[in-house]
Write a protein that binds this ligand. Structure first.
Ligand code: AGP
Length: 606
């Protein structure tokens, strides 16, 4: 997720572009740039870092011009640095892009055969070259021809030095909005960037394009057929827009999960062979087939994702896995045998305990694979290879969408390794088909948020909670308890359900809410017994059951139904109601769920 803004009018655009980027910074903040049309050509300035860094660095006196585009980046391909920052210029063309060009490698090869040379590691630069290659005097026509060769997602803004005052925009899969002004017109990833100039906007839909000049807005589709668009009035304020109309980033990010899970597996599923490709996983087929042991290193929510990964990798890829608290691992004398892979999971890629543990594993000879959300983060740079989860910026301190994207990547990795071990193509296909249905199933649960709010109203004043689960639902019980702890400050514990009898059952009385994960999987009969045990001690039972399960519903005080899915994918659905329950309880208690006390988004100190 990046931020794009384009302005064409009669006033100097550089200050307005910078202000627009500042308002889009929540969409990405690792590097930024600006491109201005000038009589002698294009003037492009970009750098690594935040908008304030670009603002300080910008040679303002050289950035004169009344038409330009700008971009703030959330890296997906290529580290955050000046060369990889947008806008990408190739000759007379400059382009800012939000999205992923999936077939950029093959396009690059074709263009290199024509003598093109590339400066950056990005997928986007290829599109700038492609547009220049297709150019015959009319920019929008060149963009249309180029986009017909592209696979993937995009929201783009393009300028050409030979067509002053013109900005061409196009959208497929990434948001793009046109701002309709008087004597000036605007283009942006969302209205936050242009709200200061106009409240009259046009939302582009997929496969649509726009050509804006100071006095005109022309909307077409990618086949250059005219498309009539409605101009809408924006009534929201800036804070609302940056949060997408949600009161907090956390609930916005919870609701983004259908999209982010889709982005995590986008372009990585090989449906015909029931297999998976993970481009960043630079391991030979021999290395993939000869993994003897996997050590997972992580902290907090990422550690819980690691625990789900352990169940999946051992069950379906038959590889022994140990999940280690990174902070403990680094001070132990871990034994690393040949064939040991170290999977390092971190949303931020900067958690010092996880980083140092990875360095320790590396020192002892383990091959290190990073699973992270931040391109160019230290863990991404220092691990030998890795997989990005593509969850986009996660602003809320309580991790939600990053967790389900981490679990999605671990599911893909399990299929990839399983298919090189014991897993049949048929089983692989079944899981990957069902994985592509998960975003829809999660949307169904997000639509039940009000039902979970009503449960939260009943339990918001309790001071203790117990979460129980079995198998891959045990880490989900831990994650549910952590979410409640970190944003509502209620004491909560997650436990393997069978472990309850060995102590925690002593805590159960009519004042103890017990959340039990009872999806209809292999351990169903056992978990039903655990619900009975809680019921016998008058604990308050909130059960998460598979749709249509009347049995456990009859034993519970409150029931949350989840859609049926494969055992292997259950953690991706059972966690959603727990995220919502924690969120609603914290909001009802008046807590600031985005900035919980005592916590930091990335823990970079020991
Ligand atoms: C989770 O909600 C917390 N923010 C925290 O436990 C977090 O998961 C932990 O600090 C690890 O962060 P990382 O994934 O960025 O390494």
């Amino acid at each position: 997720m990046c931020g794009i803004v384009g302005i064409t009018g009669s006033r100097e655009v550089a200050p307005m572009l910078i202000e627009g980027l500042r308002r889009l910074e929540y969409r990405g903040y690792d590097s930024a740039g600006i491109a201005i049309q000038q009589p002698g050509g294009l003037r492009v300035h970009k750098r690594q870092g935040k908008i304030k860094d670009l603002e300080v660095d910008l040679p303002w006196e050289e950035m004169q011009g009344i038409c330009g585009i700008a971009h703030t980046r959330w890296a997906t391909h290529g580290e955050p640095n000046r060369v990889n920052a947008h806008p990408h210029q190739f000759g007379p063309v400059a382009l800012a892009h939000n999205g992923i060009i999936e077939n950029f490698s093959s396009l690059k090869i074709q263009l290199e055969k024509k003598g093109h040379e590339f400066l950056s590691e990005t997928d986007t630069e290829v599109l700038a070259h492609l547009i220049e290659d297709q150019y015959d005097g009319v920019l929008e026509a060149a963009v249309q021809r180029a986009l017909k060769l592209v696979e993937g997602t995009y929201g783009i803004a393009v300028i050409h030095e030979a067509e002053p005052g013109k900005i061409v925009g196009a959208r497929r899969g990434s948001p793009l909005v046109v701002g309709v002004g008087k004597g000036a017109n605007y283009l942006a990833s969302d209205v936050a960037a242009i709200l200061g100039h106009t409240r009259q906007v046009i939302y582009l839909d997929d496969w649509e394009m726009v050509v804006i000049t100071p006095d005109d807005v022309v909307t077409t589709n990618i086949n250059n057929e005219a498309v009539a668009k409605e101009v809408e009035e924006i009534t929201w304020d800036l804070d609302q827009i940056q949060k997408g109309g949600y009161p907090y980033y956390m609930i916005k990010e919870i609701n983004e999960q259908p999209m982010t899970i889709h982005d995590a597996f986008r372009g990585r599923i090989l449906p015909d062979s029931g297999d998976v490709k993970l481009g960043g996983l630079q391991l030979t087929d021999w290395e993939l087939r000869n993994i003897r042991r996997i050590i997972i290193l992580a902290c907090g929510t990422s550690w819980h994702a690691g625990l789900v990964g352990e169940y999946l990798l051992e069950e379906y890829a038959q590889i022994p896995v140990e999940v280690e608290y990174a902070s403990e691992f680094r001070y132990r004398s871990p034994i690393i045998d040949p064939g040991t892979i170290c999977l390092t999971i971190s949303q931020s890629g900067e958690t010092i305990d996880t980083l140092e543990a990875m360095r320790e594993a590396k020192r002892r000879g383990a091959k290190t694979i990073g699973i992270t959300n931040v391109v160019g983060s230290t863990i991404a740079r220092e691990s030998e290879c890795g997989v990005y989860i593509h969850a986009g910026p996660e602003i809320g301190v309580a991790s939600t969408k990053a967790f389900t994207s981490q679990v999605t990547i671990l599911t893909l990795l399990t299929i990839l390794l399983g298919r090189r071990n014991n897993l049949s193509a048929e089983f692989g296909m079944r899981v990957l088909q069902e994985l592509q249905r998960i975003p829809g199933k999660i949307q169904k649960m997000l639509d039940m948020s009000d039902d979970i709010l009503r449960i939260a109203e009943v339990y918001k004043d309790h001071s203790n909670f117990l979460y129980l689960g079995r198998g891959p639902n045990f880490p989900i019980a831990l994650e549910g308890a952590l979410k409640l702890k970190e944003i509502s400050y209620i004491h909560a514990e997650g436990y393997p359900a069978a472990e309850m009898k060995h102590g925690p059952i002593a805590l159960i009385d009519p004042n103890m809410p017990v959340v039990v994960l009872c999806s209809r999987d292999g351990s169903y009969e056992k978990i039903k017994g655990n619900v009975q045990e809680v019921r016998a001690r008058k604990g308050k039972i909130i059960s998460v059951v598979t749709e249509g399960d009347e049995e456990i519903a009859a034993l519970s005080d409150h029931v949350i139904s989840i859609p049926e899915t494969l055992d292997m994918l259950t953690p991706l659905v059972t966690v959603i109601p727990l995220q919502l329950l924690a969120y609603h309880i914290a909001v009802l208690r008046g807590e600031d769920v985005d900035q919980p006390r005592n916590l930091a988004k990335a823990v970079t100190v020991e």
